[in-house]
Structures are given as structure tokens and as C-alpha cells.
Design a protein around this ligand. Structure first.
Ligand code: PMP
Length: 285
């Protein structure tokens, strides 16, 4: 079956899903995006993604392409048209098409494109084995709280990880882990303390992070929102990451040093289970 794409008001086949070379997303990475997961044909925690989209747009003074009601209706329609049961829905809003100039154009209309990707999210071998990561310097810009499509630095870090034979990289700034290339990073200390970096301009405020920290507190864990070092990761009893596409992913080594007993820990495994069960049950988490 051909995938159907959404481009500025139309649902079209891939060969017709086109935007201008003058689109500012293409020329300046002047665009923001969201990725929502789909389980059983249902968008997971999607309203929270729409709220974060607005925040990104606001921070950049970019106009929303349509109302939230329209956006969400288009998202549901795209999932339906593609008969997507499990996978991801990607949406991107750019400032639009204008002759190349650094200043924001005054007459451009923001553009909206969306597509789906079928992907196994629940039954992934990585969730059972855990993943290995390396640490790399965080060379990204200083507004990582805005979810822009300027993703070359994390792309380079991810490739460096793959070239080193591991699955991901955790980025480090001033001696402290910021986050993973496309996920938030956590350690578990003293069996019941979950530590993750505080929110700010240095990291993205993950939608999954917000839900998982709530589930963690409800399950009786102490949550500490403070930065941690790579040495602290090595000394932790567990480590894990969270994102809309991986939910909760156990991390079993960093820079070749085994974390805990080198197996997915009970905290990460338990939170993954709670997250998935709740996501299957509820519209919003
Ligand atoms: N940090 C970064 C840098 C990311 O790219 C992502 C995924 N978009 C996340 C964290 C996790 O965010 P979410 O839980 O909303 O997917």
C-alpha cells in the first residue's frame, strides 16, 4: 500500500508530497516538529505534543498553520488513511516559503507536512536487552528546549555511536549529561531514587519524561531533577532513557562500563510496563 502524506491541506501520494526549495525549513532549519507514537491505531498523549508544538512556535514567533482542532483532525485522518496500527506520526511546521533572507519574512504562510512510519514499538528486542551508549560532547545550540528540525549535531552523535558499535550517545556539557540524541536520560540511585536533569534551555522537555516522572512518583520513587555526570552513570544501579518512540529504554552500559548488573533493571522495566499499559488504556497520559 502506498503511504499517504499530508502537505498543506492535501492528502497525497509520496510522489506528490513536495514543498518548495525556498521553504525556510529547508534553507534555515526554520521549522519545528513533533513525533507522536501510535499504538492500536491510537495517537498516544497527542494533546501534550500539540501543546509543546505551540510552545516551540511561540518561542520562534511562528504562526500556527491551522487551528488545533483542524491539526488533530488531520492527524487522525492520516493515521486512518495509512491504516497505521503501530508506529509514529511525524509533523513539521515551517515558517513557509520566501526568498532567501535571514530576517523573518513578513508575508510567508507557515506550512504543515505530516507523514506516518509503521514501526514496532512494543515488541522491540532492545527493550528486553537494553542498549549501550557512549558519551559525547554536546555541541548543539543553546535553545534545545525548542523542538526545531536543526538536528545535525544529534545526528552526528548518533552516527558516532553506531560507528563505535553501540546504539546511542548521551551528550555531555560542562561535565554533566544533558540528554540522549533523541531522548531524555535518567539514572537510578540507591534503588529508589530516579535522577534526571532539570528542565531548562539545555534539554527538550520530553512529553514521555513528564508522564514517566508522574508514574515514578505515583509508584513511590523519589524523583530528583538534577544533572549527573558520566561517573555517576557508571556508579548507578540502573540507567534508562525516554522518548515518544522508545517509551522507556533501559541503558546497560556507558563508554564500555557496565551499569548495575548489565541487564535492564526493575525500575526501567517497571516504568516501561506502566507507561505502555496506561498508553493503551487512556487518551491522555
Ligand atoms: N530530547 C531530545 C533531544 C529529543 O529529540 C527527544 C525526542 N523528540 C526527547 C528528548 C524526548 O521527547 P519526547 O518524550 O517528547 O519524545
Amino acid at each position: 500500500m502506498n503511504r499517504i502524506f499530508y502537505v498543506n491541506g492535501s492528502f497525497v501520494d509520496e510522489q506528490d508530497a513536495k514543498i518548495s526549495v525556498l521553504d525556510r525549513g529547508f534553507l534555515f532549519a526554520d521549522a519545528v516538529y513533533e513525533v507522536s507514537s501510535v499504538l492500536n491505531g491510537k495517537l498516544i498523549d497527542n494533546k501534550a505534543h500539540v501543546v509543546r508544538l505551540h510552545r516551540s512556535l511561540n518561542e520562534l514567533g511562528m504562526a500556527p498553520p491551522c487551528s488545533d482542532e483542524e491539526l488533530i483532525a488531520h492527524q487522525h485522518r492520516l493515521v486512518e488513511l495509512n491504516n497505521l496500527k503501530e508506529g509514529l506520526l511525524y509533523l513539521q511546521v515551517s515558517r513557509g516559503v520566501a526568498d532567501r533572507d535571514f530576517a523573518y519574512p513578513t508575508d510567508a504562510n507557515s506550512s504543515l507536512v505530516m507523514f506516518t512510519q509503521a514501526k514496532q514499538l512494543l515488541e522491540t528486542p532492545a527493550a528486553n536487552t537494553g542498549i549501550n551508549v557512549i558519551s559525547v560532547p554536546d555541541i548543539r545550540w543553546q535553545r534545545r528546549d525548542i523542538k526545531t528540525v536543526g538536528l545535525l549535531a544529534p545526528s552526528m552523535a548518533k552516527q558516532q555511536a553506531l560507528d563505535a558499535g553501540v546504539q546511542d550517545a548521551w551528550m555531555v556539557q560542562d561535565g554533566y549529561v544533558t540528554e540522549g540524541t533523541s531522548n531524555n536520560a535518567y539514572i537510578v540511585r540507591d534503588d529508589n531514587v530516579i535522577q534526571t536533569r532539570h528542565l531548562g534551555n539545555e534539554i527538550l522537555s520530553g512529553i514521555t519524561r513528564s508522564a514517566v516522572l508522574r508514574f515514578a512518583r505515583e509508584s513511590g520513587y523519589e524523583v530528583v531533577e538534577e544533572p549527573f555526570t558520566v561517573e555517576e552513570v557508571k556508579a548507578a544501579s540502573e540507567a534508562f532513557s525516554t522518548s515518544a518512540s522508545s517509551f522507556v529504554m533501559p541503558v546497560i552500559s556507558i563508554d564500555g562500563t557496565t551499569i548495575g548488573d548489565g541487564k535492564p533493571g526493575k525500575v526501567a522495566t517497571g516504568l516501561r510496563k506502566v507507561y505502555i499499559e496506561t498508553a493503551l488504556e487512556r487518551e491522555d497520559l
